[in-house]
Design a protein around this ligand. Structure first.
Ligand code: ZN
Length: 385
């Protein structure tokens, strides 16, 4: 029994170490074996053995870097084999659809944007099906079988586990089994996610939060406010997948009734400030409302980082103004204010997050030929450089 247990322990340790090495290569390519050892805190010999396996499996590639030092030695640099898998993504926005193909390293292979008429639910489903067909037609011929799956993001409440859109006021949908519909049509695995949660995961995979386990992503735009939460390295979605309704946090108990039925919600109270911003106003009120929402998130969750996204939140000067107000108000010891930054991924944030989710859910576990719950295990592993 004891030796069985030892074998089980060493198999598990190897899986975790392999995920650590892959995660470092995925996030920081190109890098040397020594860099991987430093990042993961694994021994150089363990890193070497794992890297050899990943190279023979075709997941990691080697290339000579620029000469260093007097002897002119060129270090061997490791990169993820970007073409090993591809994800088709569809980002359903309010008046348009962004769709295309993204490779394993997060490079857009082909991205298209189209104005879309999303005024009726049937029309919207139709346009999503067309966008998916067009995205899949852009897969490189040589890798026709390499699509890991399809990811779709929508504004509204989504049950990601089942791929059902529970409610989207903007798209006028209630209980729509979108993933099932697309799976039937294209014969590929499909995941459906709420737009703001996908954008948060994009920052975790490819943006500012690559090495951050606890952060909040706050979107501020014409559509109002939303939050994507990542806690302990995993998306925090809540018991019913409704977490992150920042726009419906009460900020005025005597305020106007909101469309959700509550009174004085941030989205309702700040709607005139958003209109004022759009009309070219100074934006002081909107900065203050955004900071009010952010301070509540900081006080409640104690994140290491806050990323602002959306068409207004992505502006660096807006993020800087919000940070200045939040710093005055958050309940923190001196010098402990979390960093507040604007999104690095801009308009591609949701698409990149979808790609990351598709690979996490449909690719990595199988690629490693283990029954590894890839997302959960890789996501819990966190290291600092
Ligand atoms: Zn509300």
């Amino acid at each position: 029994m004891a030796s069985l247990k030892r074998t089980a322990d060493s198999t598990l340790a190897k899986k975790v170490n392999t995920m650590l090495v892959l995660d470092a290569v995925r996030k920081y390519s190109p890098l040397s074996r020594a860099d991987v050892a430093k990042l993961t805190k694994l021994s150089p010999s363990t890193v070497s053995a794992i890297v050899s396996e990943l190279v023979s499996a075709g997941l990691v590639t080697e290339a000579k870097g620029a000469p260093t030092g007097v002897a002119g030695r060129r270090p061997i640099l490791l990169s993820l084999n970007a073409g090993a898998s591809l994800a088709a993504i569809i980002d359903v926005q309010v008046t348009r659809i962004l769709y295309g193909v993204i490779d394993l390293a997060g490079n857009p292979v082909s991205i298209m944007k189209e104005e879309a008429d999303l005024s009726s639910p049937a029309n919207t489903v139709d346009q999503i099906l067309k966008a998916a067909a067009r995205a899949l037609s852009r897969l490189p011929r040589a890798s026709a079988g390499a699509a890991a799956g399809i990811g779709v993001a929508v504004p509204g409440m989504v049950d990601t586990r089942t791929g059902v859109i529970l409610r989207s006021t903007r798209l006028r949908w209630v209980n729509l089994a979108l993933a099932q519909r697309l799976e039937r049509e294209f014969g590929l695995p499909v995941l459906v996610e709420r737009d703001v949660r996908a954008a948060a995961w994009g920052e975790r995979c490819y943006g500012h939060a690559r090495n951050v386990a606890d952060f909040v992503y706050v979107t501020v735009g014409e559509g109002g406010f939303g939050a994507g939460l990542v806690m302990n390295g995993k998306p925090y979605v809540g018991a019913r997948m409704h977490a992150g309704e920042l726009g419906h946090m009460t900020v005025d108990m005597r305020g106007q009734r909101c469309s959700c039925g509550n009174i004085g919600c941030l989205a309702e109270v700040a709607s005139s400030a958003i209109r004022e911003w759009k009309a070219g106003g100074a934006g002081d009120a909107l900065v203050e409302y955004t900071a009010t929402g952010l301070v509540s998130l900081i006080n409640l969750l104690d994140p290491e980082l806050a990323v602002l996204g959306g068409d207004i939140g992505s502006l660096p000067e807006f993020a800087a103004r919000v940070e200045a107000v939040a710093r005055e108000r958050a309940l923190l010891a001196p010098g402990q204010m979390p960093r507040v930054v604007s999104s690095q991924l801009g308009d591609m944030g949701v698409a990149l997050g979808l790609a990351g989710l598709v690979f996490d859910k449909f690719y990595w576990g199988e690629a490693l030929a283990h029954d590894l719950p890839a997302v959960a295990e890789r996501a819990t592993v966190s290291y600092r450089s």
